[in-house]
Design a protein around this ligand. Structure first.
Ligand code: FAD
Ligand code: EGO
Length: 451
């Protein structure tokens, strides 16, 4: 007879109460572990909105799968998500091109409010009696091998000690936990800032909660050097994000220059943004930097692990940062199940399972940035989206476009790119074949005249 050992209850310290930290706390609590969550900032559920608008994110299959496991998918997606069924591409001349995301299975991405998402996750975590929150506590140092933590209380400025069986770094792109890991021998790390910054603007509702543009779209203004996108909010407004080189932002210091720039680059958006509101939004803010971080491994022995942006910060040009972080939580949970919460087995398995895939999605996001910025002929890009859509519609089981495998499946990212490489080869061969046939026909016509 075999005895089934019941899983031990671990003491887990989660660093960071952002999107990933809050979700991770729910997963650990569900397994009956005791969770202490330390967050640098004030509890966002009690602070007033700093800026008078909402910032949103694109949520898709990977993020949804994780939310499903803790019972939050429906409330977040069905009640508080706005489906974006197609991209709407805005030309310089105001021409609109709509290309559906998934004409076959009707999948779509959802625009969700970051703050609402974070609050909902914190509320869900707090419902577990085995979860405790500590806000305004900054992790300043840690002994990751022995589970010892030092935290700074930002109110009293006093230092406190804590200990845990497992330290989970969910503390974002500038992770303190990762910085401590980096001091270990043989640790791999790379970080890249891109030359573009981003700034968030707002298109207010038209009249009473009416959308000023088509509601169920991700709106994209691809301009090469500059890119702008808009995602819908539940109140009828849009959050607009402008991506441009810091150099460009610096050149837009006066009202005249700013208006000239927008009228030239995004003429159809100017009346929607409103000239006064645009100028206020623009000059009240400064462009923010974008960073990409890759590292390996994600764990220390059986006592520490990083996940979310702490493990893989990426540029936002695929809309997958949060989705990937949420999928981390789900995958780590599966491994805890598989190894009965034995961390000596679980943590190395997590690095093994996730590290390379994380590097692949970081690269894909960077590749999208380069492609959207540098492609001289953006028409060919739109053509490729159309071609992919048609081929997918014709061969739904064999031709899944890269965007779809990334957003609408849970296929490992390495498999998504392998698929893409194969499709690229087929398209190249198709072009050769087509040229050969055309050439043969032409040759036939010329030859016919001789006889
Ligand atoms: P964070 O959200 O950064 O949270 C980290 C938390 O840790 C913070 O609350 C911080 O206060 C806390 N912390 C930091 N240091 C310490 C410390 N020393 N001690 C205690 N606490 C600490 N992703 C998508 O999936 N879809 C999108 O459409 C999308 N759009 C994006 C657009 C932009 C412009 C950007 C910049 C990102 C976008 N992302 C998107 C990515 C997404 O925002 C991140 O992947 C996600 O927020 C990562 O969550 P996180 O919890 O790992 O990190
Ligand atoms: C024309 C059409 C040119 C994030 C499509 C280029 C990314 C790339 C930042 C979009 C969608 C969620 C996003 C598509 C392309 C979020 C996304 C895409 C942006 C920018 C974004 C698409 C937030 C490149 N998904 N995407 O295919 O619709 O393709 F444009 Cl700047």
């Amino acid at each position: 007879m075999t005895t089934v050992e019941s899983a031990p209850s671990l003491k887990i310290a989660v660093i960071g109460g952002g999107l990933v930290g809050a979700l991770a706390a729910c997963f650990f609590a569900k397994r009956n572990h005791s969770v202490h969550l330390y967050e640098y900032r004030e509890d966002i559920r009690v602070v007033e909105e700093v800026r008078g608008r909402s910032i949103n994110l694109a949520l898709s299959a990977r993020g949804r799968a994780a939310l499903r496991e803790i019972g939050l998918e429906d409330v977040l997606v069905k009640e508080h998500g706005i489906p974006m069924r197609a991209r709407m591409i805005h030309g310089k001349d105001g021409k609109l091109t709509e290309i559906p995301y998934d004409p076959v299975n009707k999948n779509c991405i959802y625009s969700v409010n970051r703050r609402y998402l974070n609050e909902t996750l914190l509320n869900a975590a707090e419902k577990y009696p085995n979860v405790k929150f500590f806000f305004n506590k900054k992790l300043v140092s840690a002994d990751l091998d022995n589970g010892e933590l030092t935290l700074l209380d930002r109110k009293t400025m006093g230092e406190e000690q804590a200990s845990a069986d497992l330290i989970v770094g969910a503390d974002g792109a500038f992770s303190a936990v990762r910085r401590i890991m980096m001091k270990k021998p043989l640790y791999n790390f790379s970080q890249t800032y891109i030359e573009h910054g981003y700034m968030e603007l707002c298109i207010p509702p038209k009249g009473e909660g009416k959308f000023a543009m088509a509601k169920n779209n991700l709106h994209i203004w691809p301009r090469g050097e500059f890119m702008m996108i808009a995602l819908p909010n539940q109140d009828g407004s849009y959050t607009v994000t402008l991506f441009a080189p810091f150099k460009t932002f610096e050149g837009l210091r006066t009202r005249e220059k700013l208006l000239l720039f927008f009228r030239e680059q995004f003429p159809d958006a100017v009346p929607l943004l409103g000239e006064d509101r645009l100028m206020k939004d623009f000059f009240d803010n400064s462009p923010l930097p974008l960073v990409s971080v890759k590292c390996r491994p994600f764990h220390v022995k059986n006592s520490a692990v990083i996940m979310g942006d702490a493990a893989h910060a990426m540029v936002p040009f695929y809309g997958q940062g949060m989705n990937t972080g949420f999928e981390d939580c789900l995958l780590l949970d599966r491994l805890l199940e598989k190894y009965n919460s034995d961390l000596t087995m679980t943590l190395p398995a997590f690095t093994e399972l996730r590290c390379t895939d994380a590097h692949v999605i970081c690269d894909l996001a960077m590749y999208n940035y380069v492609e959207m910025r540098d492609l001289v002929n953006r028409k060919s890009f739109i053509f490729r989206k159309h071609l992919d859509t048609i081929l997918y519609w014709l061969f739904p089981n064999t031709w899944v476009p890269l965007y779809n495998s990334v957003h609408f499946s849970r296929m490992p990212f390495q498999k998504c790119t392998a698929n893409r490489a194969w499709q690229e080869k087929v398209i190249r061969r198709g072009i050769y074949l087509l040229s050969a046939v055309l050439f043969a026909i032409l040759f036939g016509i010329i030859n016919r005249k001789r006889f």
